[in-house]
Design a protein around this ligand. Structure first.
Ligand code: GCV
Length: 672
């Protein structure tokens, strides 16, 4: 274990927990004292967070009293109270006769309430008369890190891992700071290693690494976070020396039971495992002719005695496709593989489903598995690592996209049928469910490479805690906490964030078709980059038209949705413009609902998107002198790149289609 390794801990900032001194705070009096009757490690974190915030924001030391306040006392009361109508992770923050009360039935709720109180202070919102009750929308609010043990991060755009380096587990100052940041936005579970488990990562469940994992899990635990690992389905062979990993083989089952017993008894706060099986070269139950339910249940049985959970990914598809084959459709595979297994998974298995059927494109329909499995726990997976959305060199605030996904009606029930309802447990009354994001952090000083990408990290946490918050509200909070309350700064950054996803979509692949990127590293335009490859990601453009026919006359994917979504997508004219090419192959002259032809839409949006990138840079430039020069300059560099790169996207896409069709732009703009 590396307890300290400075080059891997480059020094770092505190993101939205960077506190600014306020000399004229009207709520100073509450921060004279904290009253708390019980001792609990998570509540102790809450106390220490209130103390740090008070010292740094108000310049005031908070005195801790290990007792309830007497009548007339002034201060903050951390009130563990099971009689309150609030759960263990929910909180009630209110002011009453000079006392600021943070009440919850559990220590985690007290911690979240304390961070909410600090947030109010940071935003200079009055605490006097405050009355906020918040219940977490989702039981699991998780981050998945794709960190490798050599310190690299798969799809990482903000430096190296701060969990691993040179095949060792890293424990340093960052570990705690990460836990603080995560807890401050309500994250309660973290997977620290890549779902592609290779090499030494397979050994993370072995004796060699458990002591280190235990130390990290203890650091997380006092911030209410459970540590999870990704596991290798082939571990019984690679680690245990068995000849098979067949989930129905008794020796294999026993091997997992023995291993799990060790892991869970040695790491008391351990949460469970995330599994990528039969996907992109990872071993899984298919190798043995077994189903995903048989694979997942074997592991679930092994972890059940310890309250462990198995999170099983549904990202299973044939990545050896022939581009000449028009019938096989990657989009269908999640549903085809998993929907027939509804009701077959044990209670402590959760299916983790990417938001769309392909792979985190800038625009995809919602995955049809949501609402298709009433007897199965489901969890939503989104990606804040911006693999396909500008790799943290372009600004792309993703919370508006996540809001749309959560609000999608699956029609699985008359009420409570949205994705938000399903993953919160409201739809079927289950508890093992929630939301997870592929994390966008690394050891860069600002955690996320692009300073504005921290809005996605903050935003994901806040949204998974409260799916009713609007994307604007969340962005506003993040800006106030990160940059302070200068009205011009708040207004400008808010506007940049809110226009960033639509702008990115405009200069990217058009109308939901996706994938026009350079293969492997997935950055920059390459219209035919994946067209003749094996990955099942085609646009099928010729000189007459473009798009994939996923209607009932094509691959039939549209029919995987429930009514009326199935008919909406299946019918060319009813299908929303934004997804037209995802579901249909149409001539370039086809008129969209907007009244424009497909081709004119492509030309217009690409010119608009590139212009909007320029506009965002000018808006940023208007902030010079109003925010720290470091942040201003490094973000400006990213905007310079984005403006150039958006133009590259615009020109390559427009030229491609102009050359294919020979049809002029109605506005006669320069196309190459
Ligand atoms: C971790 C995509 C990414 C891979 C990733 C995979 C997954 O294919 O490009 O890097 O692997 O998704 O989600 O498992």
């Amino acid at each position: 274990m590396k307890m300290e390794k400075t080059e891997n801990c480059k020094g770092f900032e505190n993101a939205w927990l960077s506190y600014r001194l306020q000399t004229d705070c009207k709520d100073m009096q509450y921060f004279a004292a904290v009253y708390v009757e019980c001792t609990d490690p998570v509540i102790d974190s809450a106390v220490s967070e209130l103390q740090i915030a008070s010292e740094q924001i108000l310049g005031r030391r908070v005195v801790l009293h290990r007792k309830a306040p007497v009548l007339g006392a002034v201060g903050i009361w951390l009130k563990l109270d099971i009689t309150e109508t609030i759960s263990k992770e929910g909180y009630h923050l209110y002011e009453k006769e000079g006392l600021l009360v943070i009440a919850s039935a559990g220590a985690q709720g007290i911690l979240y309430g304390s961070f909410a109180c600090i947030r109010q202070l940071q935003m200079t919102a009055p605490l006097q008369g405050i009355d906020i009750k918040e219940e977490p929308s989702n039981p699991l609010r998780m981050l998945n890190h794709w960190d490798n043990m050599d310190g690299s991060i798969e799809r990482g755009y903000s430096g190296n891992s701060f969990f691993f380096c040179d095949e060792e587990v890293l424990i340093n100052e960052r570990t705690k700071c990460y836990a603080r940041l995560a807890a401050s936005i309500g994250i309660n579970a973290v997977v620290i290693n890549n779902v592609n488990v290779r090499g030494n990562a397979t050994r993370l469940i072995a004796e060699d690494y458990t002591p280190q994992i235990k130390v990290m899990s203890e650091i997380f635990a006092v911030y209410g976070i459970r540590l999870f690992l990704s596991l290798n389905f082939a571990a019984p062979m690679e680690l245990g020396g068995l000849e098979t990993a067949d989930p129905l083989d008794e020796t294999v089952r026993q091997w997992w039971k023995d291993r799990m017993k060790k892991v869970f008894t040695q790491i008391p706060n351990f949460g469970g495992f995330l599994v990528k099986a039969d996907s992109e070269g990872r071993e899984g139950p298919f190798t043995y002719g077994r189903s995903h339910a048989e694979g997942a249940n074997m592991l679930a049985e092994a972890v059940a005695p310890y309250g462990g959970v198995i999170i099983w990914r549904c990202f299973v598809y044939n990545c050896q496709q022939d581009w000449r084959d028009y019938k096989t459709d990657r989009a269908r595979s999640g549903y085809d593989n998993f929907a027939p297994l509804d009701g077959k998974f044990l209670d402590n298995v959760i299916l983790q489903i990417k938001n769309g059927p392909m792979d985190f494109q800038v625009r995809e329909p919602v995955h049809p598995l949501f609402g298709a499995m009433p007897k199965t726990n489901q969890m939503l997976e989104v990606q804040i690592a911006q693999e396909y959305t500008g790799q943290q060199r372009h600004v792309c605030y993703l919370i508006p996209m996540f809001k749309e996904i959560l609000a999608f009606h699956t029609y699985c029930k008359e009420q409570n049928d949205t994705v938000a309802d399903i993953v919160s447990g409201r739809t079927w009354g289950n508890q093992n469910c929630g939301m997870t994001a592929v994390a966008n952090t690394g050891n860069d000083v600002n955690w996320t490479g692009h300073d504005l990408a921290a809005a996605n990290l903050y935003g994901f946490g806040r949204l998974s805690f409260n799916t009713n918050c609007s994307a604007e509200e969340i962005a506003r909070e993040w800006i106030l906490c990160t940059f302070g309350e200068d009205a011009e700064v708040v207004k400008t950054i808010l506007e940049i964030l809110m226009m960033s996803w639509p702008a990115y979509e405009k200069y990217n692949a058009p109308l939901g078709i996706g994938w026009m990127v350079n293969p492997n590293y997935h950055y920059g335009p390459s219209v035919d980059g994946y067209e003749y490859d094996r990955w099942g990601t085609y646009h099928r453009a010729d000189h007459q038209g473009i798009g994939v026919d996923r209607s009932s006359a094509g691959t039939g994917y549209a029919m995987q949705y429930r009514k009326p979504n199935a008919s909406m997508y299946n019918n060319l004219d009813c299908c929303p413009d934004a997804l037209k090419l995802f579901f249909h192959h149409v001539p370039y002259t086809y008129k969209l609902q907007s009244g424009k032809t497909v081709l004119q839409h492509i030309y217009d949006t690409h010119f608009e998107g590139a212009a909007e990138a320029g506009k965002m840079r000018s808006m940023w430039q208007s902030l010079q002198g109003k925010i720290s020069e470091d942040i201003y300059q490094r973000t400006l560099e990213r905007f310079d790149h984005q403006v150039w790169h958006a133009r590259e996207w615009c020109d390559q896409i427009n030229s491609y289609f102009y050359r294919k069709t020979g049809i002029e732009d109605e506005q006669g703009r320069k196309i190459y």
